[in-house]
Design a protein around this ligand. Structure first.
Ligand code: NAI
Length: 318
């Protein structure tokens, strides 16, 4: 077994937090041979609930779990962490304007940026899940200038996995046989799920999804809207937002980033734009990426696309 690494989960007393901590402690994020020390942060009002999660982790008798720090103090939470999954944030309440939500979260992410820069291990890798994820990631980057921008990412893997799931259902194939969909843009209804380069393994070999579906309208309309609206559909059915799928996607994101993407496979990650595909640089944006040795790179040359992002974050391709 390797030396233990420290993994921070913020918002650990929340829905996604509750789903993700056992996944991390079972090796689903960093590997079955990687012991972990979990650092869990939440706000003081949630201290009892957070302690309850800590008690359950003890009760689960997880062999890879080498320690738990549960705290409401940011400095303690970020101390020495190698990986940080930032799920904690201000939830959008009914009647709340987007700008108010952003203002609340800017304050939180500004303060966590300082803690990250001051207390985390060098080269700490960060995944922002809390919404608005792209904006929170940007705030973190701006206020933690000593942290390399490539170490800060945000989650669009849930949307990517939803796209794979929809294609698998449509074709009646196993989801593990579908790959190379892309989610462009933001984690929100303005994202653009793109199956133009997706493939599926069939008994006749690996074939483009475009050919197998043979229904352009489904791919360009129903598929796109279903993936964009999936969060709302789950919310309507469950009366709560997606948590197990979000937690699972966050594990997939980190695992592929750290341990590498399979050969010939790309995944979607929100990363700091370098201007690829005409996306403005200096924003966090979801691209197709491959990962090797703990570094992501944007897939180049596969897409003959040029995209434009308007002031609302909407993407159009030409
Ligand atoms: P939740 O409300 O159940 O949990 C959020 C937790 O964060 C709460 O326990 C809260 O006390 C805590 N928190 C608030 N401020 C904090 C701070 N300053 N420091 C540490 N913890 C803090 O929400 P849920 O369902 O777990 O979702 C969490 C976030 O993830 C939301 O912002 C949600 O919109 C976002 N999300 C993002 C997805 C993505 O694909 N990017 C998918 C699903 C959810």
């Amino acid at each position: 077994l390797k030396q233990p690494v420290k993994v921070l989960v913020t918002g650990a007393a929340g829905q996604i937090g509750y789903a993700i901590v056992p996944m991390i402690a079972r090796g689903l994020m960093l590997g079955l041979d990687q012991p972990v020390v979990l650092h869990m942060l939440d706000i003081p009002r949630m201290a009892d609930a957070l302690n309850g999660v800590r008690m359950e982790l003890v009760d689960a008798a997880l062999p890879l779990l080498r320690g738990v720090v549960s705290t409401t103090d940011e400095a303690e939470a970020f101390q020495g962490v190698n990986f940080a999954v930032l799920i904690g944030g201000w939830p959008r309440k009914e009647g709340m304007e987007r700008k108010d939500l952003i203002a609340k979260n800017v304050a939180i992410y500004k303060s966590q940026a300082a803690a990250l820069q001051q207390h985390a291990a060098p080269n700490c890798k960060v995944l922002v899940v809390a919404n608005p994820a792209n904006t929170n990631a940007l705030v973190l980057k701006e206020f933690a200038p000593a942290v390399p921008a490539r170490n800060i990412t945000c989650l669009t893997r849930l949307d990517h996995n939803r796209a794979l799931g929809q294609i698998a259902e449509k074709l009646g194939v196993h989801v593990g046989d579908v790959r190379n969909a892309v989610v462009w843009g933001n984690h929100s209804s303005t994202q653009f799920p793109d199956a133009s380069h997706a493939t599926a393994r069939t008994e006749h070999g690996e074939r483009p999804v475009r050919e197998l579906v043979a229904d352009d309208k489904w791919l360009s309309e129903e598929f796109v809207v279903t993936v964009q609206q999936r969060g709302a559909a789950v919310m309507k059915a469950r009366k709560q937002s997606s948590s197990l799928s979000a937690a699972s996607a966050a594990c997939d994101h980190m695992r592929d980033w750290i341990l590498g993407t399979p050969k010939g496979t790309w995944v979607s990650m929100g990363v700091y734009s370098d201007g690829s595909y005409g996306v403005p640089d200096g924003i966090f944006y979801s691209f197709p990426v491959t990962c090797e040795k703990g570094e992501w790179s944007i897939v180049q040359g596969e897409f003959l696309l040029f995209c434009q992002v308007d002031s609302n974050g909407s993407t159009t391709f030409s």
